[in-house]
Design a binder for this molecule. Structure first.
Ligand code: ADP
Ligand code: ZN
Ligand code: MG
Length: 486
């Protein structure tokens, strides 16, 4: 009898917070584009006789994340020295938090969409948070030929380390978790959350077990994965490998694996040695971190409605499908725009959603602007859709109006008048054109009279072309039937 397996996955993430300056000094934090060793000072390079000063913005951003993860922000936490030797760590220790860290507990209720569900239904997976703390980043080393270079720009860049419990059950779930985390970071405005740029980093711990069992088997740890797709790919391959090993009767060794993105393969980096002894102790140069109720309240004033809550609310309040909501809550700006437009339109939210998801988003992407920067405001979109509802413009005109509104910043009503794009529902004006078209096309008229009634559409098209799309389509058809004598 063959055994059915399930995967057990826990993710360790490092999130680079987007503060202007580093965590313990005033050097610029984001030096992605800067030359090596240009954003450094005695503090972040660990020269003797200097003292770290905590950047409060780091605390504020980390508290926002903790609260958004439903974790309990601790009134008192400590910084600790994590001692180890490595060339990219000039102090010889990293300032981190150990057993009394910023927050306790927390979880993310992860919606796994039908597209990522083997049963095609979609479900919610609750992912608990095992650990959430603040720390400083280390520098970078790189090898060129037989020389090794070190860049200290990244030393002291603020990070949140956030580690999940082993609650994820597939590569797809791990991918969804990272997508939702990235969305949350951007939504809160605390990190770019970009794995390719390294401001969101992820190690994946993977084991397998018989489906339904609750034991935790030996895991392996995958490192150096630089995109969400690569995380999924690597986990999938590791699950398959572990199943093959177990089926052969071998045991899983607690290896650390390195993902080679170019080759799409996992390589053994090292077998897990006994845990390094980091000789943690409280950082003597920093005070304990005290977050009193007042400060916490002040910080949490900036906590918006969270993306998953907003997603759920929009689905019930506006009766629009999950697919739409996922796009519309993709970023906070867009969700704000959508809700504002629906409020002003007062009609069917799905109509606004359709315009927004297709034409408006396409235009925004082509222009490379944010929703907030659009001259086509929610009010203008609402009145554009209303003009169509009222039959004052047709859909072609509406589509042509979008870029005009965006260019001019004028409201659709005014533009329709200025451009003379209103639908013509003047019987006499349309009749003249209908008669002309009928006179010009005796062959089609004959076919129509012989019974090919579907030609009416063709005639309407000809009239429309002549009137540059502005004729009232329904009226045109009525007049044409009269003129054609049927
Ligand atoms: P380590 O001792 O290797 O540091 P931790 O207990 O700190 O392990 O957990 C590190 C990560 O590994 C966490 O994300 C955790 O959820 C995950 N993890 C722990 N045990 C397992 C397991 N048996 N299978 C998969 N992931 C696991
Ligand atoms: Zn510095
Ligand atoms: Mg650990």
């Amino acid at each position: 009898m063959s055994v059915e397996y399930e995967a057990v996955i826990g993710l360790e993430t490092h999130i680079q917070l987007n503060t202007k300056t580093k965590i313990f000094c005033s050097c610029k934090a984001d030096s992605w584009e800067d030359a090596p060793n240009t954003n450094i000072c005695p503090v972040c390079t660990g020269l003797p006789g200097v003292l770290p000063v905590l950047n409060e913005k780091v605390v504020e951003k980390a508290v926002l994340l903790a609260a958004a993860m439903h974790a309990e922000v601790q009134p008192l936490s400590f910084f600790d020295r994590k001692n180890y030797f490595y060339p990219d760590l000039p102090k010889g220790y990293q300032i981190s938090q150990y057993d009394q860290s910023l927050a306790k507990g927390g979880y993310l209720e992860l919606p796994v969409p039908a597209s990522a569900d083997a049963d095609g239904k979609g479900y919610i997976r609750k992912v608990r948070i095992h650990k959430l703390h603040i720390e400083e980043d280390a520098g970078k080393t790189k090898k060129e030929k037989n020389r090794r270079f070190v860049d200290f720009n990244r030393c002291g860049v603020p990070l949140v380390e956030m580690v999940t419990e082993p609650d994820l059950r597939s590569a797809d779930e791990a991918g969804q978790y990272l997508i939702r985390l990235r969305q949350l970071l951007r939504w809160l405005g605390i990190s770019e959350g970009d794995m390719e740029k390294g401001n969101l980093r992820c190690d994946a711990n993977v084991s397998i077990r018989e489906k339904g069992s609750s034991i935790l088997n030996t895991k392996t740890e995958i490192k150096n994965v630089n995109s969400i797709d690569a995380v999924k790919d690597a986990i999938r391959k590791e699950i398959e490998r572990q199943i093959r090993e177990v089926e052969k009767g071998n045991t899983i060794k607690p290896w650390t694996l390195d993902w080679d993105d170019n080759a799409g393969v996992l390589r053994m980096m090292r077998s897990k040695e006994t845990e390094a002894d980091y000789r943690y102790f409280h950082e003597p140069d920093l005070l304990p971190l005290e977050i009193n109720e007042e400060w916490k309240k002040e910080i949490l004033k900036n906590l918006p409605e969270l993306p998953l809550e907003r997603r759920a609310r929009l689905m019930t309040e506006m009766q629009i499908p999950e697919y739409d909501v996922d796009i519309l809550t993709g970023d906070c700006d867009l969700a704000d725009y959508f809700e504002e437009a629906v409020k002003l339109y007062k009609g069917d939210a799905k109509k606004i959603s359709n315009w927004l998801m297709n034409d408006v988003l396409r235009m925004r992407n082509e222009l490379g602007v944010t929703m907030a920067e659009m001259k086509l405001t929610p009010a203008y979109l609402a009145s554009l859709v209303r003009l169509m509802d009222e039959g004052k413009i047709n859909i072609t005109t509406a589509k042509n109006l979008l870029p005009k509104i965006q260019e001019s910043g004028k409201d659709p009503q005014t533009l329709v008048e200025e451009l003379g794009w209103a639908v013509v529902s003047d019987d006499a004006a349309i009749r003249v054109v209908c008669e002309k078209i009928v006179a010009q096309n005796p062959n089609e008229v004959q076919s129509y009279k012989d019974g090919k009634e579907s030609l009416i559409g063709w005639f309407v098209g000809q009239v429309m072309r002549e009137m540059r799309g502005k004729a009232d389509a329904k009226l045109t058809q009525e007049i044409l039937r009269e003129v054609l004598g049927k």
